[in-house]
Design a protein around this ligand. Structure first.
Ligand code: NIG
Ligand code: FE
Length: 407
């Protein structure tokens, strides 16, 4: 074992996805479990993982966990944490039977959040988002994707990306920024101009501030033709591609995103067997968002079928005010077992290694040498407490790059 500046012992059970890269197919059901484990950390990176007995008194522990289980820091691959205003009126209206799509059609929903967010000062956006990010970290998230998408105009979207950059400087978690092209102008004549503004002006300007471009492909949002132009502009700017697809209607979004070699296709609530088949024969990851199924009462995507078919699945909160006010990455993982048909081991992989792959992040999501030292200390000897628990947090302590971030 190399010399360490932090040696963690007393780990009753360490559970982590093994190997490298994206877990595919049946492999997703397998995770590595080390009993009575220890972790050595140097410079914020893991240098050694193994059984504590291998140390044989060669080193003194800096941190003895006294028999608690450890899992990798969770990776939340899909949040819309930058917003102003609220959607309580939508929430009440939906409880009386008005649908999410109807509200959006009338100019409410996402469009009402845009009204509140578009002109908000960057400092306000940061101050509003900060406690949301802190809640995700306390739930175990150590890498968090944040999308823009409520800024709408060139300036509004760039302001949201600036707010994400400010959050990155303020929080210990690794923050990954995505430019989301969310909804077009309501005036049909203005749509083409808007898409041109996005492809020719916004994406090149956003390039240095985002890792990927995401497009909401849906009847009430962008069509496939528009999405293809946006994907091409993302590629020209050197950015990855992501898409919200098949949330309410199957209109070819998944196929178009897979064709563009998207990092991930997210939602999939309405996906049918053809869409699942298209996904499982691609390198694109399917991101399931059980909070949306729960909050909007949508069908649940059978993520087990994606794995059966040889595909890879990740899970996220989709934290946003309209479709998923879910402030716990751990609970998203726990819900994916009940709602999307994953096994506990598959859910752990979905919330760690596969979620990192959906963000093109290679140094998080596993407990292995070379990875950033991000891990969660659980309130039990058995790691399965993490996907099992609902309604209180099974995560006692959160470490990011070897430093304690939440307790
Ligand atoms: O992931 N579907 C589009 N976008 C978000 C919802 C945003 C909102 O309702 O404010 C989603 O569900
Ligand atoms: Fe979303």
């Amino acid at each position: 074992m190399p010399a360490a500046d932090l040696l963690v012992t007393g780990i009753s059970q360490l559970a982590t996805p093994g190997g490298t890269g994206v877990r595919r197919g049946r492999q997703m059901s397998q995770i590595d479990i080390v009993e009575n484990a220890a972790i050595a950390i140097t410079g914020g990176r893991i240098t050694w993982v193994g059984r504590q007995s291998a140390l044989e008194g060669k080193a003194t522990a800096d941190l003895d966990l006294g028999g608690r289980a450890v899992i990798p820091g969770l990776v939340d691959p899909h949040t819309h944490a930058i917003w102003a205003g609220d959607r309580f009126a939508d929430f009440e209206a939906r409880a009386t039977g008005v649908s999410y799509e109807e509200i959006l059609q009338r100019g409410g929903g996402i469009r009402s959040t845009i009204q509140h967010t578009a002109d908000a000062p960057i400092e306000t956006l940061v101050a509003l988002a900060r406690p949301r990010i802190d809640a995700l970290i306390a739930s175990g998230a150590t890498t968090i994707e944040i999308k823009s998408g409520y800024g709408f105009s060139r300036e509004g979207e760039l302001a949201s990306l600036a707010a994400i950059a400010a959050l990155r400087a303020q929080t210990p978690a690794a923050i990954v920024a995505t430019l989301l092209i969310h909804v077009p102008p309501r005036d049909h004549l203005a749509r083409a101009d808007y898409v041109q503004m996005v492809t020719d002006d916004l994406i090149p300007a956003a390039g240095p501030h985002a890792r990927a471009v995401d497009v909401f492909i849906e009847r009430e949002a962008f069509n496939v033709k528009e999405a293809r132009r946006i994907f091409a502009a993302a590629r020209r700017a050197g950015l990855g591609v992501k898409a919200h697809v098949d949330q309410f209607n199957v209109i070819g979004g998944l196929e178009a995103a897979v064709e563009a070699q998207a990092l991930s296709v997210d939602h999939l609530e309405a996906s049918g067997p053809e869409q699942i088949a298209c996904l499982t024969t691609s390198g694109t990851i399917g991101v399931v968002l059980p909070g949306v199924t729960l909050h909007l009462g949508l069908p649940a995507v059978n993520a087990g079928a994606i794995i059966e078919g040889g595909g890879a699945v990740a899970v996220g909160t989709d934290l946003n005010p309209g479709s998923s006010p879910l402030f716990s990455t751990q609970l998203a993982m726990a819900l994916s077992i009940r709602i999307n048909g994953l096994t506990p081991a598959e859910a752990l992989t979905a919330a760690t290694a596969n979620a990192a792959a959906a963000l093109a992040v290679t140094d998080a999501g596993r407990i292995a040498p070379g990875q950033r030292a991000d891990f969660c200390v659980l309130a039990d000897r058995d790691w399965r407490v993490a996907p099992w628990t609902m309604g209180t947090s099974p995560v006692e302590r959160v470490f990011i790059a070897g430093c304690e971030a939440a307790r």
